[in-house]
Ligand binder design. Structure first.
Ligand code: PLP
Length: 433
């Protein structure tokens, strides 16, 4: 048995380069984080060798006594991490990631061509909530189900619940989906519950982005109002790449969610669970009960607020005028530039974030904004002062983009890159966990 360096130096070298990139860059992608060594040890363990189709105690393969123990522990920790009563809520920890988890819910409770309503992708929603364009049904969700997205009120940047209410009465969806990939505010769950009840729809929350914040109770709690809650496990929750589905144990709209969802996961859409991921997830969910995790999530939010305030001081327009969670959306259109160019320039200086559409954008290919998230750099020890400095760096990058648009010399860009990537760069003295 050889180590990777001996067995495959090519792959090892690529991993080393990626590790170095992660170490050197300011990681501001709102959906990314740095998981712990303990999680990575479980993910890189012998658990990957085992087949275990089915659920604990009901497997289609032998030799699963320890895998059963692990999955039960993971389920218990998942319920505990969100303070859920195991008599009222159940969880499936096998989804391979966030998009499969969502499609498994749809498979469980919908028939082909049933109607759904999720937040529109250009307004911050996720592909798996039913995105389609005028020309094309883009995601599987919009291919197999009829999707009528709800949107933001463009004047406030907040979800337009009045419009959702009116449209849902006409469209009569069977499922309403809360949750987003680029929405800096809490969802109004009580309002969404009322809207769903008025049309007899299920209410699901996809808390992928904010599950760490929910676990630490630093944002509103979707479990009080929703029938089903899905999540990825690798964003603010800081676990391995995976997914989970939480469901009410009592039947909803005559549907036994527990058996419908468990059957949709396996045999509906998946085969053997990724037990190494379930091992890593169990470790992450143990961390989630620690006081350090709660303190971390509080810092994610306070750092994001500091970033938002500094950006506004510098004159930037933020969608919704600020942030209640881990991300801000900056509207660059008033400056006459787009998110794609700024992303590219900042990338050259090892500042990693992503272009993002903002409400009112004409083109999805050249979106007018950038999304900036605080979870990853908060994991690396940044506080509010450092995030203020991050805002200043982004500002510098924007100025350079504006200049680069005018002249093609780029000398200022070279200077900026040299400074940010130099060994003496003031923010880069932290180490990866
Ligand atoms: N749901 C939301 C709200 C997301 O933001 C994402 C990914 O960014 C997903 C689901 C999909 O997760 P995955 O990429 O793990 O399929």
């Amino acid at each position: 048995d050889y180590g990777l360096r001996e067995a495959d130096p090519e792959v090892r070298a690529i991993i080393d380069k990626e590790k170095n990139r992660q170490f050197r860059s300011l990681e501001l992608i709102a959906s990314e984080n740095f998981t712990s060594r303990a999680v990575m040890e479980a993910v890189g363990s012998c658990l990957t060798n085992k087949y275990s189709e089915g659920l604990p105690g009901k497997r289609y393969y032998g030799g699963n006594e320890y895998i059963d123990e692990l999955e039960i522990l993971c389920q218990e920790r998942a319920l505990a991490a969100f303070n859920l009563d195991g008599n009222k809520w159940g969880v499936n920890v096998q989804p391979l990631s966030g998009s499969p988890a969502n499609f498994e819910v749809y498979t469980a409770i919908l028939s082909p061509h049933d109607r759904i309503m999720g937040l529109d992708l250009p307004h911050g929603g996720h592909l798996s909530h039913g995105f389609m364009t005028a020309k094309r049904r883009v995601s599987g969700t919009s291919i197999y189900f009829e999707s009528m997205p709800y949107r933001l009120d463009e004047s406030t940047g907040l979800v337009d619940y009045d419009m959702l209410e009116k449209t849902s009465i006409l469209f009569r969806p069977k499922l309403i989906i809360a949750g987003a990939s680029a929405y800096p505010r809490d969802f109004d769950y009580p309002r969404m519950r009322k809207i769903a009840d008025a049309v007899g729809a299920f209410l699901m929350m996809d808390m992928a982005h904010i599950s760490g914040l929910v676990s630490a109770s630093v944002v509103a709690n979707p479990f009080e109002f929703c029938d089903i809650v899905t999540t990825t496990t690798h964003k603010s929750l800081r676990g391995p790449r995976g997914g989970m589905i939480f469901f009410k144990k009592d039947p909803v709209n005559g549907v036994d969610l527990e058996s419908a969802i468990n059957n949709a996961v396996f045999p509906g859409l998946q085969g053997g669970p990724h037990n190494h991921t379930i091992g890593g997830l169990a470790v992450c969910l143990k961390h989630a009960k620690s006081p350090e995790f709660k303190a971390y999530q509080n810092k994610v939010v306070s750092n994001c607020r500091a970033l938002a305030s500094r950006l506004m001081e510098l004159g930037y327009e933020l969608v919704s005028g600020g942030s209640d969670n881990h991300l801000v959306l900056v509207d660059l259109r008033p400056l006459g530039i787009d998110g794609a160019r700024v992303e590219k320039i900042l990338d050259m200086a090892s500042i990693t974030l992503n272009k993002n559409s903002v409400p009112g954008d004409k083109s999805a290919l050249v979106p007018g904004g950038i999304r900036i998230g605080s979870p990853a750099m908060t994991t690396r020890g940044f506080g509010e002062d450092e995030f203020i400095q991050v805002a200043d760096f982004i500002h510098e990058g924007v100025q350079i983009t504006l200049e680069a648009k005018k002249s093609a010399t780029g000398s200022k860009l070279q200077e900026f890159m040299k400074f940010v990537t130099s060994p003496g760069f003031p923010l880069m003295d932290r180490v990866l966990d």
